[in-house]
Design a protein around this ligand. Structure first.
Ligand code: ZN
Length: 405
């Protein structure tokens, strides 16, 4: 069911289909980074989790100006793939260093080398066209998904490639975000592709996603988080919620390939989108999403909450629908708000949440990434790190009051 709204181009994503990822460096060489490394990161985090409520970011951090300029230089042919790769590497290293300096017990690579949270694995494939499903944001701007034009479908740069690069620099556990299969299901055009059926496409997609999640787990990712921002959006596109149910079913086909033990390290992130100060589905009532959300066979849910106008109502719904064994990481930081929250505000939001969710099933996070699309400069890196520092400090304050520390 392709949403029949708008038509344009997330085309910055696709202007250079044969782009920087082709040669050399960790960002192009899919395959050589799939070596399992054994769960190296988890001992530290498990120890911290006992002392304090778990807290972790969603994923992205705004890219440094030098990297954004470098990508433009590369696209204009002014720098080489090797030079661009060096810029990615420097950005990952600097971001990890600064995230570790916030005191966050779990970090990400800030998605510095991802083209976007949704297209990192497919960016640069030559069987995509830029004119796919449009994602309209509340401020009027539109991002477009690419459209698959032929089979077979394979990822170009799966998430484990990014994880491997991050682990070179990290001293604390690294979380890895992956885009959901349901988001990528939107690549397949409603009119079909001659000689490559939707079923063939979805089989390939599920296999690719299982592979990247499994490799990330084997490499010792603290948790692998499936980004499911299109869950809430789907209700806007199809108020009957059939699209949402099909998304849940598809993602569960991926999740069911993992054991109960493995799913303890698999999470889901839900939000109404965050791009250039705007959202795509904040006007959709959470009540439409939450009952279905927890049907996803994952254990950890990073749930946007700080920016909700009535947090207590949402918390009541979470309490009603959360299933056994699922932990809720409540959003206590709003990345779209330029003001940096205080640790005391964060503390109070956590204490509010603890009235509805038992501390042993509670964690904290940010409502979303700080720059899910690589060219989004509406927030600064400094603001992102300051907000994360406030989350960590506020979580420590609340943990103490809840008797955890
Ligand atoms: Zn998000």
């Amino acid at each position: 069911m392709r949403p029949a709204i708008l038509d344009d181009a997330l085309s910055r994503e696709q202007d250079h289909p044969d782009s920087e990822l082709k040669s050399g460096g960790p960002w192009g060489a899919v395959g050589e980074f799939h070596t399992a490394r054994g769960g190296r990161a988890c001992d530290v985090s498990c120890a911290l989790a006992v002392a304090m409520l778990p807290t972790e970011p969603v994923g992205s951090i705004p890219r440094p100006a030098a990297l954004i300029a470098g990508v433009q230089d590369f696209q204009a042919g002014r720098i080489s793939p090797r030079e661009l790769s060096a810029l990615y590497d420097a950005a990952v290293q600097d971001t990890i260093q600064r995230l570790e300096a916030t005191g966050s017990p779990v970090i990400t690579d800030g998605e510095q080398a991802k083209h976007s949270f949704a297209t990192y694995s497919i960016h640069g494939l030559d069987n995509l066209s830029p004119d796919g499903v449009p994602i309209p944001f509340a401020d009027g701007h539109i991002r477009h998904f690419p459209r698959l034009i032929s089979g077979p479908f394979r990822y170009k740069t799966p998430a484990d490639v990014y994880l491997e690069a991050a682990q070179r620099y990290a001293h604390v556990p690294v979380k890895q975000a992956v885009v959901s299969a349901s988001a990528l299901s939107l690549l397949y055009p409603q009119g079909g592709i001659r000689g490559y059926s939707r079923e063939e496409y979805l089989d390939a997609l599920i296999a690719e996603q299982e592979g990247e999640i499994r490799r990330c787990l084997e490499m010792g990712a603290h948790v692998v988080q499936m980004d499911f921002t299109e869950g809430r959006l789907s209700i806007k596109l199809d108020p009957s919620r059939r699209l949402l149910q099909s998304f849940i079913d598809l993602n569960n086909l991926v999740l069911e390939r993992f054991s109960a033990e493995e799913r303890k390290r698999i999470g889901v992130h839900t939000c109404p989108g965050a791009d250039r100060h705007s959202t795509h589905s904040a006007d959709v009532d959470y009540a439409e999403l939450l009952p279905s959300l927890f049907a996803l066979k994952a254990n950890n849910f990073c749930v946007q909450l700080a920016s909700e106008p009535d947090r207590k109502r949402v918390l009541r719904m979470i309490r009603e629908h959360v299933r056994d064994g699922q932990r809720i990481f409540v959003g206590v930081i709003d990345p779209l708000d330029p003001r940096v929250e205080t640790p005391e505000e964060v503390r109070d939001r956590i204490l509010e949440a603890s009235d509805y969710i038992a501390p042993d099933r509670l964690g904290t996070t940010d409502d979303c990434g700080f720059a899910p699309f690589s060219d989004d400069t509406s927030r600064t890196r400094e603001t992102a790190f300051d907000k994360i520092r406030a989350r960590v400090a506020g979580t420590a304050l609340a943990s103490r009051l809840l008797g955890l520390e």
